[in-house]
Design a protein around this ligand. Structure first.
Ligand code: FAD
Length: 309
């Protein structure tokens, strides 16, 4: 059995989500990787070094410059159709953009957001915002799978010695790149941060959100997250959102401040190793998952905590 892993990268560096995906794929069979982009020779070499990867297929050219899903999916589908049994992608924005297209081109069901591999055709995945775990069995000959990165350990980025081969592909002419506005931050990216401080509606304004959380995050070298209520109210940008419709994170420490703990928020962070909650309501649902709780007013506690660190 051969599993083709979609390598997620930014044109220069392989993203961590790829490493967890390789671990999942290795439980299915031999691991091949697909790198699509323009001028991505270095990324392909890095992918070939990931422990467990035996072959890297590189689609390098202008058509793949911005990794448009409409152009990448046909290349992946052709590789899977001719050489592989599985297409395995991280359940990230990029993976979730490409994998369904691959599934449609192969005319198979997508198996989304798997938490474990139970056998060659059997997987577990969360349903009802993570409140139940379904075991799904697929009878499709080719399987298209997305992987929840927090459920699998990361494969080592070093130690592999895969071969590198070029694959061809063309511009499907279905989409074109217009522009990208990327948020720049010195802080660690949420899905790879070891510590996350996350703020909710209780902050009351964007100014208070940043005035209180940014110094705390700086001291802890933490990433900053937010509840959807905080994002919807404009306190924090969209890419800060943690939860069912935001990012799924599992850092060593997650500090939820002024966040009630709605199930949709818990769905994104309840696998964190240690959860610390700061909330003035001692009955807030966040305390049901918290390992450490501080009941009180965040406007007093957060500056005090920041000062003492
Ligand atoms: P609130 O629920 O209003 O909680 C604020 C908390 O702050 C309260 O517990 C309160 O006691 C506390 N507080 C107030 N003042 C202070 C103070 N001075 N000091 C200390 N504590 C204080 N939400 C997400 O977060 N992520 C998602 O991905 C997400 N996806 C969703 C998808 C769907 C389909 C739906 C329907 C909802 C989704 N939600 C999501 C929204 C979710 O249901 C909640 O509405 C949201 O998480 C609430 O955010 P909050 O905890 O910041 O606000």
């Amino acid at each position: 059995m051969i599993a083709l892993v979609l390598v997620e990268h930014d044109g220069a560096v392989v993203k961590d989500a790829t490493l967890a995906t390789v671990t999942a794929a290795a439980q299915l069979g031999e691991v091949h990787a697909l790198v699509a982009g323009e001028g991505v020779g270095a990324v392909a070499q890095a992918a070939a070094k990931i422990a467990g990867v035996t072959k890297v297929h590189v689609a390098d050219g202008a058509a793949f410059g911005h990794q448009l899903a409409e152009n990448v999916a046909p290349v992946a589908a052709a590789l899977v159709r001719d050489h592989c049994d599985y297409f395995v992608a991280p359940a990230t924005t990029t993976g979730k953009n490409i994998a369904p297209r691959v599934a449609a081109l192969l005319d198979v069901m997508q198996i989304s957001d798997i938490l474990s591999v139970e056998g060659p055709d059997t997987f577990t995945r969360p349903i009802y915002a993570g409140n139940a775990i379904a075991t799904v069995k697929s009878s499709d000959a080719k399987k298209v799978i997305t992987v929840r990165g927090t459920a699998f350990a990361r494969a080592s980025a070093e130690g592999g010695s895969g071969s590198v081969e070029s694959v061809s592909g063309s511009d499907a002419g279905l989409s074109s790149f217009v522009g990208a506005e990327l948020s720049k931050s010195e802080r660690p990216e949420l899905t790879s941060a070891k510590i996350i401080v996350s703020g909710g509606r209780a902050f009351g304004s964007s100014e208070q959100f940043h005035a209180l959380l940014d110094p705390l995050a700086d001291k802890l070298k933490a990433g900053v997250g937010a509840s959807r209520a905080a994002v919807d109210a404009g306190y924090a940008p969209n890419d800060y959102q943690v939860g069912q419709t935001g990012k799924i994170v599992a850092p060593e420490v997650y500090i939820a401040i002024g966040i009630s703990g709605a199930i949709q928020h818990l769905a994104g962070m309840k696998d964190s190793k240690t959860i610390i909650a700061i909330n003035k309501d001692e009955d807030a649902p966040i305390y049901q998952v918290a390992d450490i709780g501080l009941v009180g007013d965040l406007f007093k506690i957060v500056p005090e905590l920041t000062e003492k660190l």
